[in-house]
Design a protein around this ligand. Sequence first.
Ligand SMILES: [Zn+2]
Length: 143
Amino acid sequence: MKDSDCIFCKIAGGDIPCTKLLEDDAAIAFLDIGPLAEGHVLLIPKHHYVTVDQMPPDVAAAVLKHLPALGRAVQSAVGCEGFNILQNNGPVAHQVVGHVHFHIIPRNSGDEFRFNWPAGLYPKGRIEQLAEAIRKELATRNL
Ligand SMILES: [Zn+2]
């Protein structure tokens, strides 16, 4: 399934060039042309899914199996101290291209990339309420 207006579908289909790192039947990885750091990689499914929750489990597995090797390769190649894997779903989560993609972002002490991570606390009993609601949703889905 392709979306003719989707830049990542065009990259996956070879209609737009990319600096390709790996490719198989399910996935393609390439260097982001607007990197947050040198060696910033994008890993995408070849088929068009807008958000990660739309991906069938077997497709997700076939794409995500590349993350460990890509992480090791990027760390070795650019000599970074660590890396983030970032995946955004929906405009509110800063998803700009509507085709699932996983960022592998090299990190070094003192770099400019920042997270605002406003961790909170649950009121008494709320964490179990939420867990029950999520477990109920999981039980109704075909996993
Ligand atoms: Zn697409």
